[in-house]
Design a protein around this ligand. Sequence first.
Ligand SMILES: Cc1ncc(COP(=O)(O)O)c(C=O)c1O
Length: 455
Amino acid sequence: MSTAVQVRQAASGSERYAERVNPEWVRLLNLLEMNVRYERCLGAELFTSDGRRILDFLSGYCVHNIGHNHPDVVAALQHELGRCGPAMIQTHVADLAGELAEKLCERAGGRLSRAFFCSSGSEGVEAAIKFARAHTKRVSILSAEHAFHGLTCGALSLMSDSYWRDGFGPLLPHTKNVPFNDLEALDRELKSKEFAAFVVEPIQSEAGVRLPDRDYLRAAESLCRRYGTLLVLDEVQTGMYRTGPFLAAHSFQVEPDMVILAKAMSGGLVPCGAVLMSKAVCDSVYSSLPKAFVHTSTFSENSLAMRAGLSTLEILDREDLGARSIEAGQYLHQQLSDALRGFEMVKEVRGAGLLMGIEFQAPRQLRLRIPYEAFSAIHPGMFGQILVMRLFRDAGFLTQICGNNFRVLKVAPPLVVTNAQLDAFAERVRDVIGLAHSPGAFWSEALGMARRALQ
Ligand SMILES: Cc1ncc(COP(=O)(O)O)c(C=O)c1O
């Protein structure tokens, strides 16, 4: 196909999307020069129609732990489609769901011995809210400030940042936030004995890859037990070996009453989520024959999602991707720390396994601080977005800044990433951040972007 035809097709695809779905999304991607047409995605590599190779260091926000289009998941799905088995009958026992639940619970351990399946992280959070209420007979839900739990009304009610909330209220009453990693604040709230659940990410991803103190989650669990509140861990990003162990909970030796999984569960190919829970919590919902289907959803337990989930677990085990996440995470941390040492705008490189963040700070030197502050005043995410844009356009790396903390660049490649790819990333990040420390090209780009955004 000629390049001219490809460009026309891409344009018409974007135009149709803008016309019928969301024009502002297309505008934003154009502004960031990230509106490319992906043709083929394999492992950590994304190939575009204009012949570029992009390395994915975002993984769809922790969806692609096993890499894009893993051939074994593709084959498992083809097999499932080819056998014409039961799909969405709704009045049958889904064998594959039982098998996947067993395998997930075995890996999760502790109290987690039952699973409810759903099709997204938000839907998992909604289920956890209902199950916690049913079990404790309490209504209030506590969560942590700057968390990201999803954008359906219940999940959104647990989030504090106004960007997501404004204009969508009134949200769920009886919800409250406490600062993350603050046990005194948690104790103050929980002692009211009003809370059915404390819902928290073990490592806050969109808040800036924030790790709690070593003992925070274990102490939070003790407080929850003392006051009769369920501990619910949102492991939608941290689960499925992203940080090393199957659950981040395992690193902190904590035993939650419920864990929410989604994103990487099904190889990035079929929507799938799950809430793992204790038998006691599950029994509180499915408590009698008439209650057998009191919480369900049409696409839950569908055979393609279950098959993809089983195949994904097998790959994660066979390729030992949990161990790889730890090893590659340590390697990347070292490479980035070495590459970025001495840059005054780099505050910290931190993370667990391959969930990593680079935090930036305002520069001290006046010649850098003046443009930095001017652009931050236009939009607080401006500096980070220009980094993201330059990494994408000039260096061929897909990244993003955190949704609730624009000063942190999220780094989360597929767990199959190679050391050579990690080396290349560290080098190119150093180049782009080096540019940001020499006023000129970096900031004139920012000016151009600001002008275009305001047009
Ligand atoms: C930690 C966390 N929880 C929940 C969600 C919501 O998941 P979904 O977008 O599948 O509804 C997200 C989405 O990014 C998330 O990062």
